[in-house]
Design a binder for this molecule. Structure first.
Ligand SMILES: N[C@@H](CCC(=O)N[C@@H](CS)C(=O)NCC(=O)O)C(=O)O
Length: 216
C-alpha cells in the first residue's frame, strides 16, 4: 500500500528519475507540479522551501516523512518497496551502479541545473553561446565517462541484464542532453540503451511529455 506524493516538474531530470523508479515498481503516487519558471520559480516560494530547503524538485512525501534529493528518494523506495529491485545483490555490484549514478548526479546535472545557468546569465553575464559551450563541455565529459562504464558493465540495461538505478539516471540525462544539442552519435551504447528503455511502459509513463504539467 502506498500514499505517496511527489513534487515534480515535467522537465526536471531529477524528478524524472523518481517517476521512473516508482513506475518500474508499480507504486501509485500523486504528482504535485512545481513550475520551475512561473512567477520566478515556484520552488522558491516559502511554502515549498519549508518542504525542501534546497528549493529544488523532486521531493517525496510518504505520510509524515519528507525526503529530498533523488538519490535519497530512490534508496528509500528501494528499501520500502523491494519488489522489482533496482539494485543488484552483491555489494560491489551495488557500488558500481551507484558509481554510474554519481557520474550523472554529481558530475553532470549540477552543472546544467537551472540555478547554475541562471547564475551564469544573470550574475556573470555569460553569453548564450558561452553558456551552451559550458553545458556541452560538462555533459560531453560526463557522458564519455558513462559510456566507458557501459563498455565494461552493460548488458540489456546499464548494469547487466536488469534495470537499475543507473537506467533511472541515464534516460533523464539523455533527455536533458538533447535539450542542449548533444550529439548522441558519440555515445553509441548510451543511444541504444536510451532507445531500449524508452520502449518500456514504465519509462514512457514517466517521460516529460506524458506528465500532466507538460508544456511543449
Ligand atoms: N541533487 C538534486 C538535484 C535537484 C535539482 O537540481 N532539481 C532541479 C530540476 S532537475 C531544480 O529543481 N532546479 C530548480 C532551480 O535550479 O531553481 C536531486 O537529485 O534531487
Amino acid at each position: 500500500m502506498s500514499n505517496l506524493k511527489l513534487y515534480s516538474y515535467f522537465r526536471s531530470s531529477s524528478a524524472y528519475r523518481v517517476r521512473i523508479a516508482l513506475n518500474v515498481k508499480n507504486i501509485p503516487y500523486e504528482m504535485i507540479p512545481i513550475h520551475l519558471l512561473k512567477n520566478g520559480g515556484e520552488q522558491h516560494a516559502s511554502s515549498y522551501r519549508a518542504i525542501n530547503p534546497s528549493e529544488q524538485v523532486p521531493t517525496l512525501i510518504d505520510g509524515n516523512h519528507t525526503i529530498g534529493q533523488s538519490m535519497a528518494i530512490l534508496e528509500y523506495i528501494e528499501q520500502k518497496f523491494p519488489q522489482t529491485p533496482l539494485l543488484p545483490e552483491m555489494p560491489h555490484e551495488r557500488a558500481i551502479v551507484r558509481q554510474m549514478c554519481e557520474v550523472i548526479n554529481s558530475g553532470i546535472q549540477p552543472l546544467q541545473n537551472l540555478m547554475v545557468t541562471q547564475y551564469l546569465t544573470d550574475s556573470l553575464h555569460v553569453s548564450e553561446n558561452d553558456k551552451m559551450v559550458w553545458l556541452q563541455f560538462w555533459i560531453n565529459r560526463g557522458l564519455t565517462s558513462f559510456e566507458s562504464l557501459l563498455d565494461k558493465y552493460s548488458g540489456t540495461y546499464c548494469f547487466g541484464d536488469h534495470l537499475s538505478f543507473a537506467d533511472c539516471f541515464l534516460i533523464p540525462q539523455v533527455f536533458s542532453s538533447q535539450r542542449f544539442n548533444i550529439d548522441l552519435s558519440r555515445f553509441p551504447k548510451i543511444k541504444v540503451l536510451n532507445d531500449r528503455c524508452l520502449s518500456l511502459p514504465a519509462f514512457i509513463k514517466a517521460s516529460p511529455q506524458e506528465q500532466p504539467d507538460f508544456q511543449p
